[in-house]
Design a protein around this ligand. Structure first.
Ligand code: I22
Ligand code: ZN
Length: 197
């Protein structure tokens, strides 16, 4: 057991080292998109399944409340939290539509969808991307593996941040680091710390 635990740490560290080579440019592009949207008065909607639902909520809470420093609340909303809405859509229509139906109601032109899937193949996340494009939103996709179907869905206005790993757990561990990078970049751009502080 100890060997397996040590192996997970090594694998996670190696995935982060590879990600540090490949991901800074797409992360910067995503952060700039988010900063522009927030300056324009738009919001960020986020979604994903399982651990990625947790990541979607982690991100929205850090925008709505705060990341590391006190600053005004920023508009973000995870589409994974309203159990009445989610169960009724899944019950009456399909689980595949739990996010897309919310986007059709809440998404506004210029808003951003943070779409999270380690495989890039979760149907409800792909449908959310389709709904977001229908609302003239742009997309930041956090993926892994070969990017799945999500990768083929993006245009040059969107950005994919694809973790170089084939293991769901390792991909999720880097997704969280990416989310913290996005929060830090947004805070630094919108609320720079003055020299005097
Ligand atoms: O957290 C984990 C595994 O680490 C699971 O809950 C995982 O998120 C679920 O199996 C998801 O349904 C996987 O979906 P996706 O990442 O392929 O979109
Ligand atoms: Zn997990």
């Amino acid at each position: 057991m100890l060997d397996n635990i040590r192996k997970s740490f090594t694998e996670s560290i190696q995935t982060k080292i590879a990600a540090a080579e490949e991901l800074p440019i797409p992360i910067e592009k995503a952060a700039n998109m988010m900063v522009r949207a927030l300056i324009n008065g738009n919001k960020i909607l986020s979604c994903g399944n399982g651990g990625s639902a947790g990541d979607a909520q982690h991100f929205s809470s850090e925008l709505l409340n705060r990341y590391e420093r006190d600053r005004p609340s920023l508009p973000a909303m995870a589409l994974t939290t309203d159990s009445s809405t989610i169960t009724s859509i899944a019950n009456d229509y399909s689980y595949d539509e739990i996010f897309s139906k919310q986007i059709k109601a809440l998404g506004q032109p210029g808003d951003i969808l943070l779409a999270i899937s380690t495989s890039g193949n979760s149907r409800n996340v792909i449908n959310a991307m389709e709904a977001a494009l229908g609302r003239d939103m742009t997309i930041v996709a956090l993926t892994g593996k070969d990017g799945g179907e999500m990768a083929g869905f993006l245009s040059e206005n969107d950005v994919e941040i694809r973790v170089p790993s084939s293991r769901t757990a390792r991909i999720q561990e880097v997704h969280l680091l990416v989310i913290h990078n996005l929060c830090e970049s947004i805070d630094n751009a919108l609320f720079p710390i003055s020299e005097a502080e």
